[in-house]
Ligand binder design. Structure first.
Ligand code: ATP
Length: 372
């Protein structure tokens, strides 16, 4: 029995998680997978009523779960950034979900490429370091010094900066930081992931020809880990990778990418596989509580209209199942999505006429039809 935390959140998050849960119920009926789900009302409604975002009580309860199934947050009544920082980013930090897993799969006929070649790229984006640590500042005009503090479990970094610049010489800076510990756990995860998938290589994306310090260190640790795990390592500069994803996506399997470049490449990937409605994402701590969600947001423009494509949430459920050791059940969800696309059973964003629930029913029908 798996203990899941269910956080539907806001807008279409509620609608697609509702479908995702029905799909998981169908999986329970025909397989050995079983779960109990505890519902959490974390999101904009609660914030607007009580000012609460992610409370200590929430994190204490979430910590006891096997995994978190998350919908989306975002509400036009709340200033942008508040919910994202107070809930999503806080959850990633509290549970140290240092891997962001984003598969990019050729869901024909949705692939907007000329060549019909199947691909299945699994992006592993490092989720905690690089240029997204908020370690920066602005100084010059009336400030002659600045201090950057980066305090983590793994390190406590303080950098003092001073300038002698003239009054007109303001500047701002953002520090990208990679630590040996951070890179090592990232590399171990990537090589273990490639091994489990049967990939013969890990592709490491960087810009080591320009940012020589951080990505040079990353390369040397990945090289050591490549030998240790007995899996080949391939380097790609991020600019070349963006082009290669368009002209030869079939040549990639497990791709490890640092935080900033990963943000950009996975969005490119989301369009390669048919848009926001087709992407699942996992925020993973292999030794802690991981969280699985569709890549799209709360889409207030279509909320309540039964138009939301639930496939991204179903693919997030697939990732949750596989992460929890239910590979066959996960594969069944992949096939159920394939079946919907083949039969044209889709929501309007994919050119179909069905409602969110009707797509969910089609997926459940497929799963229940797999009973041995
Ligand atoms: P947020 O700020 O919460 O991320 P957003 O509207 O800015 O919300 P998304 O929710 O990711 O960003 O979506 C952008 C647009 O894509 C939406 O306005 C919606 O029209 C479309 N969209 C997103 N997800 C889906 C989906 N599952 N099904 C159909 N259309 C979707």
């Amino acid at each position: 029995m798996k203990h899941l935390a269910i956080i539907p959140g806001d807008g279409i998050g509620k609608e697609v998680i509702d479908v995702g849960l029905k799909v998981l119920d169908a999986v329970c009926e025909i397989s050995s997978f079983d779960y109990d789900g505890e519902l959490f009302d974390i999101g904009s409604e609660r914030y607007l009523k009580s000012g609460e975002l992610l409370t200590d009580e929430d994190t204490d309860s979430l910590r006891k779960k096997d995994a978190i199934y998350f919908g989306a947050i975002g509400d036009p009544r709340v200033k942008p950034g508040i919910l994202e920082q107070g809930i999503l980013l806080k959850m990633r930090a509290v549970f140290d979900q240092y891997i962001n897993l984003r598969p990019v799969t050729s869901w024909f006929p949705l692939v907007p490429l000329k060549r019909e070649v199947p691909f299945d790229i699994h992006f592993l984006r490092e989720n905690t370091e690089d240029f997204y640590m908020g370690a920066g500042g602005t100084f010059g005009r009336d400030r002659k010094d600045a201090r950057v503090n980066v305090k983590r479990e793994m390190y406590d970094l303080q950098i003092d900066l001073r300038t002698n610049s003239s009054n007109n010489d303001d500047f701002a800076f953002e520090i990208g930081l990679l630590s040996r510990k951070g890179i090592t756990r990232f590399a171990d995860y990537a090589f273990n992931y490639a091994k489990a998938r049967g990939d013969k290589k890990v592709t490491l994306v960087d810009k080591a020809n320009v940012c020589t310090h951080i990505y040079g260190m990353q390369r040397s640790i990945f090289e050591e880990k490549s030998k240790e795990h007995g899996i080949a390592l391939e380097y790609m500069f991020v600019d070349a990778m963006a082009m290669a994803m368009i002209v030869r996506p079939e040549t990639f399997g497990t791709v490890a990418v640092p935080n900033l470049f990963g943000d950009i490449l996975t969005d490119l990937g989301s369009q390669l596989q048919g848009g926001l409605g087709m992407g699942g994402s996992g925020n993973i701590n292999p030794n802690g509580v991981s969280m699985f969600e569709p890549i799209h947001g709360s889409a207030p423009d279509i909320a309540g209209q039964k138009k939301a494509n639930p496939i991204a949430a179903v693919l997030a459920a697939r990732m949750l199942l596989e992460n929890q050791g239910y590979q066959e059940e996960g594969e069944m969800l992949r096939r159920s999505v394939r079946d919907c696309l083949d039969k044209g059973l889709t929501t309007p964003d994919l050119g179909g006429k069905l409602t969110t629930d009707e797509v969910g029913e089609a997926i459940c029908r497929y799963i229940l039809g797999q009973k041995k």
